[in-house]
Design a protein around this ligand. Structure first.
Ligand SMILES: C[S@@+](CC[C@H](N)C(=O)[O-])C[C@H]1O[C@@H](n2cnc3c(N)ncnc32)[C@H](O)[C@@H]1O
Length: 197
């Protein structure tokens, strides 16, 4: 049986984060330096809100974070965070930019996951569709030079997704943070240096 309340779960509770997933972003951020004070960040699939809490702290009061999810977020968040409840397939790049204050984002984070069916190939295919949506929004809402981190359920599309990221970004890597359970098929595709023009 799976150990539900693991080390990261307990740590998140102790440190006041809404979910254990915060440590995935924290590890990647510490390694790749994605978030800095004053940045404008977009967090797709932000509920229950631990990435928002972390990103808000990192960008600070001079930065901003726009969080988007199908579900409302109950976590207590600082004033630099704005929330939009909606589906990334219905929201346009223009909607996101307008909600984020009109300027392009410095970084896009996506921890979006499809509702899982238990059928690996089907779940991976849905995850790939979400990642392609993230990439398409990134092309329209991210600053040249910006970075995009997106969760992917590994499957037959993984190589194609990596290639699509490589077309859009100068550098692409696959991240598997320690807080991501070993048995989980999830990894994170990181694109850095959005090609401009
Ligand atoms: C693993 S959770 C994100 C956890 C979050 N990063 C945190 O740290 O609290 C994945 C989220 O993706 C959202 N999601 C999935 N499909 C979506 C879509 N099409 N549009 C917006 N959000 C979506 C789900 O509602 C869910 O809240």
């Amino acid at each position: 049986m799976k150990k539900v309340q693991d080390h990261f779960f307990n740590q998140a509770k102790r440190e006041g984060f809404a979910a254990r997933s915060v440590y995935k972003l924290q590890e990647i951020d510490r390694k790749r330096r994605l978030l800095h004070p004053g940045m404008r960040a977009l967090d797709l699939g932000c509920a229950p809100g631990s990435w928002l809490q972390y990103a808000a702290e990192r960008v600070g009061p001079s930065g901003s974070v726009l969080g988007v999810d199908l579900h409302p977020v109950a976590a207590k968040l600082p004033p630099q965070v704005r929330l939009l409840t909606g589906d990334v397939f219905s929201l346009s790049a223009r909607d996101l930019l307008a909600e984020g204050g009109g300027e392009l984002f410095d970084v896009i984070l996506s921890d979006m996951a499809p509702k899982t069916t238990g059928i690996k190939q089907a779940d991976a295919a849905r995850s790939a569709t979400l990642v392609r949506r993230v990439l398409s929004l990134a092309r329209e809402t991210l600053k040249p030079g910006g970075a995009c981190l997106a969760k992917v359920f590994q499957g037959v599309e993984m190589k194609a997704l990596r290639n699509e990221f490589a077309e859009a970004f100068e550098r692409v890597s696959v991240q598997k943070p320690k807080a991501s359970r070993g048995e989980s098929v999830e990894v994170f595709l990181l694109g850095e240096g959005l090609r401009g023009g």
